[in-house]
Design a protein around this ligand. Sequence first.
Ligand SMILES: *Cc1c(COP(=O)(O)O)cnc(C)c1O
Length: 234
Amino acid sequence: MTAADSMARRLAAVQQRIREACASAGRAEDSVALLPVSKTFSADAVREAHALGMSRFGENKTQEIRQKAAELDALDLRWVMIGHLQTNKAKDVARDVAEVQSLDRIDLADALQTRLAAAGREIDVLVQVKTSPEESKFGLAPDALPAFLAHLAAHCPALRVQGLMTMAINSDDSAAVRACFRLLRELRDAHRSAAVPLARLSMGMSGDFELAIEEGSTEVRIGSAIFGARHYDH
Ligand SMILES: *Cc1c(COP(=O)(O)O)cnc(C)c1O
């Protein structure tokens, strides 16, 4: 069996699990998008996934996007930033990235606005909210969301706000994981408006996406279940 065969099998299995989770939650089978997360995997792995029909890829480092984008220049790919972003990377984002799901603070929004305006571009963004008490998790505090959305509406026209993103607590306690996803959906329901409907909820990863779909996810971010185990030593 070639590597491509096994990626095809893994991808098909993930897609099947997404459809089953939708069905058991009483949701339409096409109501949850799949964002493959290719961080730490090679450009060749991205090429294989593209051949299987994927065209958006989640990454967490601008430098890695730069390298893969250069290697895969001939393919029409959309790079999605899902990792913590330093403000000094705004210029790289404005150049290489189609969408940011990890927008979590005003200084980053303002830096992106400045760089995107200079480049004459607009991008889709999701606001990352911290729904878990873990110190290691990034994201905006839930009670800061209304003021943050107001700031984006008033000052950041190059950032098209599409919804919210979160990472649940890393825990075997499914009730604790579910509570993170539920909080994100409740925040969306509380803070959406006609002007900013917050239609997208990016939540769920390889280990917890079925719970996220039950709680209303519209997009799951899946790395290892498609690409295999990650090794951080290269
Ligand atoms: C790495 C990562 C994922 C994918 O994680 P897997 O467990 O490999 O599916 C999803 N979201 C974010 C923000 C990530 O950093």
